[in-house]
Design a protein around this ligand. Sequence first.
Ligand code: HAM
Length: 400
Amino acid sequence: MIKALRGMKDTLPPQNEKYLYFLEHCTQIAKRYGFEFIETPILEDTGLFKRSVGESSDIVGKEMYQFVDKGENDVCMRPEGTAGVVRSFVENKLDRAGGIHRFFYHGPMFRYERPQKGRLRQFHQFGAESFGIESYLEDVNIIMMLKKILDKFEINYTLKINSLGCATCMPPFREKLVTFLDTLEGLCDDCIRRKATNPIRVFDCKNEHCQTLLIPAPRLNDNLCESCESDFTNILKLLDKLNISYEVDPNLVRGLDYYSKTAFEFVSNDLGAQNAVAGGGRYDRLVEFLGGRPTPAIGFAIGIERILEMIEAPQKERHGYYFGALCDEAIQPLFIEADKKRATNKVTMGYGVKSLKAHLKAADKMNAQFCAVIGEDELKNAIVWVKDLQHKREETYTIE
Ligand code: HAM
């Protein structure tokens, strides 16, 4: 028997209902915040992810589904959605159009990670990206929108937030950090590599010894320039006024290299070790880095499978019709009527001739509100017998 690949899952009942329910609400909320749908390809040029997510990240370094296609192109199944949206933004010259552009998307992402609870190789994200706004208000707006989505599903979470600085304050900080790291002995091999590629990623190291060594390290949010400092303070002040609780986490550096300034994650205690429900941040330099005009931008993505672990399937209400035939001659007229009625209703039909009892059972299984049957008598009189399974009422109607 051929099985699904390790770390890849089918979406079947009852997860399928939850999945659609979640997407429906995310879409509704995103639209309320002025976001429009965007769809970008799953397969992209490998260079896109190397340049955006970054060669020093685990995602690009170890986890890419990368291959050479039949046309000798080096391609990669997207590990995340931001890079593709930015590529599209630049390719379609939206950077030149100026103004504000806000997009939301959802779909599968691929990372060759070690599968475990909450960590898949193919997983789904709902994400949003906002282009053209420098103001810190958009950072809070994005966090509010994400919070609205999670609150709708009564998810318990903690918001962790940090500022990663900008092109002015990050380079001197990086130098300061490397000078400090050079004084340490016993950093793990990964951290030694990070020191050379992207030193701030050492803060994300899971090795306890490294974390102990890093206790006296200089911290990003103590080394921000005036503008980053003032934006970060304003964000926290506004979150306070909005009664949104948060933890400033100086170790939060995120696993993707494109971030600057605000970075955040929503983590939940209701999940296991993989406790990040959603993450995001500002990436003011990425558009330019991918060949576009300098454009400030910020976004987030939610891990849908992790959300589905925590939410209940929606209450299923009976709705629509089930059509059943009690004699052979009724089958085709019913088949034709069923298709007409689908213009406005959900209609399923039992294709074989069955007893009334069997049809009622089938209608119940289909969760239909109405079971409509036609037998010889009904056919003769051009009527249909209908039972309302919700209100336990029966009636006959003309077929018309
Ligand atoms: P990320 O933190 O890598 O950010 O992923 C966002 C969310 O996707 C995570 O918080 C987690 O819930 C889910 N996730 C990540 N990896 C897996 C996995 N292997 N299995 C299941 N779920 C997973 C990004 O992807 C950025 N593009 C977010 C962003 C958008 N930043 C700015 N704009």
